[in-house]
Design a protein around this ligand. Structure first.
Ligand SMILES: N[C@@H](CCC(=O)N[C@@H](CS)C(=O)NCC(=O)O)C(=O)O
Length: 310
């Protein structure tokens, strides 16, 4: 499937060409920090599919390996995850998990209602748009403090090839600003500050909806664990990394019970807990410290947390 979004062509789903010759039925190019990669790893585990794992570093994890000539052959858009089935690439994580679901439809059951819950957790289009529809967009706008913390440990020299080689210039420029200006970008009333508050207000409504949906249920759709749960698992986990989850769980007790249950599920352990990355852990610890010590940031976190109310 191809979609034209202004000048940026988004290619998604299974493609009719091979990108490599391989004897492995399934190959997953992924990154330990990437939320979309986590989603697909959880899904692979839930579907009990063994795959060849190819870890690709991105700038946040120290080195933009995704911009190499080798990886551009796998995905010219340079993003992870990419799933290969017998050498044929499947692009976009929501397409990858649906593909896996169809392949193993006896295990992961999906219907229209669940589809809405999957979409609600997804990052769709530009993150700044449709915050009321997509919790994924809200979370994406709340993630830069963690990017900033992780990029602190990356040498500025790595940003020169990054800027030149990255095909998505808007993304590359943003990351350069995160590196150069750090938490200065969060002074009161800067655009990023205001966007973050707007994202948190919208996210609160999504959390309210989720809390209501899972009242007295084991999983989002009831008794069966499915793609909606996978999609929300990575959202809640990212909010934990962003140091926002405790506050949300304090407000929403059904989500608190639900997240405890999620963390115990084997696929969550395989896809997230057992895939640790030192740079991510250092970044999360750095963020914790900065929230306490950097005035701009602590003030903004204080404001954001006030938005998570019933
Ligand atoms: N919509 C895509 C998003 C993929 C994406 O943006 N991946 C990020 C990591 S979560 C990435 O590859 N970033 C590296 C970069 O752009 O340099 C999907 O769902 O697969």
């Amino acid at each position: 499937m191809k979609t034209n979004n202004k000048n940026l062509e988004i290619v998604s789903g299974k493609q009719p060409f091979k990108v490599i010759e391989t004897n492995d039925e399934w190959v997953l190019y992924h990154n330990e920090f990437s939320l979309c990669s986590r989603k697909v790893r959880i899904c692979m585990s839930e579907a009990d599919i063994h795959y060849k794992s190819k870890h690709i570093n991105i700038i946040e994890t120290g080195n933009a390996e995704n911009l190499s000539r080798y990886f551009k052959k796998i995905n010219p858009k340079v993003t992870v995850p990419v799933l290969l089935h017998n050498g044929y690439p499947i692009y976009e994580s929501h397409e990858q998990i649906k593909y896996l679901n169809e392949y193993k439809n006896d295990k992961l059951i999906i219907n229209d209602d669940e589809n809405n819950w999957i979409k609600k957790a997804s990052l769709v289009g530009e993150p700044i748009n449709n915050l009321d529809q997509y919790a994924g967009n809200c979370v994406s706008l709340l993630t830069p403090p963690l990017f900033i913390s992780m990029l602190r440990n990356i040498s500025i020299i790595k940003f020169f090839p990054y800027m030149i080689k990255h095909p998505i210039k808007f993304r590359a420029v943003n990351f350069l600003f995160f590196k150069l200006l750090g938490y200065f970008l969060y002074r009161k009333s800067t655009p990023l500050y205001r966007i973050s508050l707007r994202a948190s207000r919208n996210l609160n409504q999504h959390m309210k909806d989720l809390d209501t949906q899972i009242n007295n249920k084991e999983w989002i759709m009831g008794k069966d664990f499915g793609l909606a749960d996978i999609s929300w698992a990575v959202i809640l986990h990212r909010l934990e990394e962003l140091q926002l989850l405790d506050h949300i769980l304090h407000t929403y007790s059904n989500i608190e019970i639900y997240y405890e249950r999620l963390k115990k599920r084997k696929c969550f352990i395989d896809g997230i807990t057992n895939v640790q990355n030192k740079k991510v852990n250092t970044g999360v610890m750095g963020l914790q410290k900065s929230i306490r010590k950097v005035k701009n940031l602590s003030f903004m976190y204080h404001e954001i947390k006030q938005n998570f109310t019933r």
